[in-house]
Design a protein around this ligand. Structure first.
Ligand SMILES: [Zn+2]
Length: 340
């Protein structure tokens, strides 16, 4: 990882009353959210949030967690880069004097988890609800994290970054929600319904914070949902790269950042990738550092979209998402004429 020390600078308007919240989703596919036009009403709580910004064209380069989450946290793409060159979110906010929290319903160690824990390790406070007496247990329901999220929100410690890593719609989706959320025929839709509840609960807590609060939700990737094979499983269909991205800002934050808020609203349909998230989230707290790139912030008019590279399940594959299609066997393929 990049362990270079980081010098943070602050604008004159900077105040010590920031709460920054990132809910990191799991296996939530954008086109299966009612909020983004899905026919099944599986996001009833988020649908009511009139002040929520919903970005319609966010792409992740990977269709699996240990590829996708490092891009969100540090712009690190394990196929394109050989090492983590950019500072990660925990390093940035630690350097800025924030209290940093990582609250997770994922296992801490394992072939699918250790890569993410490498980033979480830098948080000043961490809580894994799957861990009891030092032993990993089966994944728990995401709701078990809520008391720890509330505790972090209520701690009187000045500026805070709180990351909440939900288990969302991970295989098997039927294991991800309590029976009260078994409302639709497809278990995947029910898992989205439960995530809608969890995300809304965290948003309510963020809303209750005083001061300049920013809230983000992004899923790491989607799944193949009943395409080619019944059920919801990892798979490199094109839709697996299309993720929901939501943002909310407190009235006090909007008051202090009118131009940034207007810029974010102007980007609701801008094509982008999850590479923008670490700079965007740091920018929401007015943090500046040598590596900061305004072209990677949704709060900047200069946000620019370059070629949106995604990686299929074939190792080291590099595909231009905007010139790709699904094969008959439900894999993403570069268009024949994609040499543009
Ligand atoms: Zn994942």
């Amino acid at each position: 990882m990049n362990h270079a020390s980081l010098h943070i600078t602050y604008p004159e308007k900077y105040q010590n009353n920031h709460t920054v919240v990132l809910v990191l989703g799991e296996s939530g596919r954008r086109d299966h959210h009612h909020l983004f036009g899905y026919k099944v009403p599986d996001t009833p709580m988020l649908d009511q949030e009139k002040d929520l910004l919903a970005f319609s064209d966010m792409i992740t380069p990977f269709d699996y967690t240990i590829g996708s989450v490092p891009v969100i946290l540090s712009r690190y793409d394990r196929v394109m880069d050989h090492s983590i060159l950019h500072p990660d979110l925990m390093t940035i906010f630690n350097a800025a004097g924030y209290e940093t929290y990582w609250i997770s319903n994922h296992p801490r160690l394992g072939p699918y988890d250790s890569m993410v824990s490498l980033f979480a390790f830098h948080a000043k406070h961490s809580k894994y609800v799957t861990e009891g007496n030092g032993v990993m247990s089966r994944p728990h329901l995401d709701g078990e994290m809520l008391p720890y999220v509330e505790k972090a929100m209520k701690e009187q410690v000045g500026n805070k970054l709180i990351v909440v890593h939900i288990y969302g719609s991970h295989e098997l989706s039927s294991d991800r929600y309590p029976s009260a959320f078994s409302r639709f025929d497809d278990p995947y839709d029910n898992s989205i319904l439960y995530s809608d509840y969890i995300i809304s609960q965290v948003l309510d807590m963020a809303r209750a914070q005083k001061g300049e609060t920013t809230f983000f939700y992004v899923s790491d990737h989607g799944l193949r949902v009943n395409e080619c094979v019944p059920g919801a499983y990892h798979g490199d269909i094109r839709q697996s790269y299309e993720v929901p991205f939501l943002a909310w800002f407190s009235p006090e934050w909007i008051d202090k950042h009118p131009a940034e808020y207007a810029a974010a609203k102007s980007h609701l349909n801008t094509p982008m990738t999850t590479h923008v998230l670490s700079d965007t989230i740091a920018d929401s707290a007015d943090l500046r550092f040598s590596d900061f790139d305004p072209a990677l912030s949704i709060f900047s008019q200069s946000l620019k979209s370059s070629t949106r590279v995604i990686h299929s399940d074939q190792s080291s594959s590099v595909i231009d998402y905007d010139h790709s299609h699904n094969s008959l066997t439900c894999h993403v393929m570069a268009d024949d004429n994609a040499s543009r």
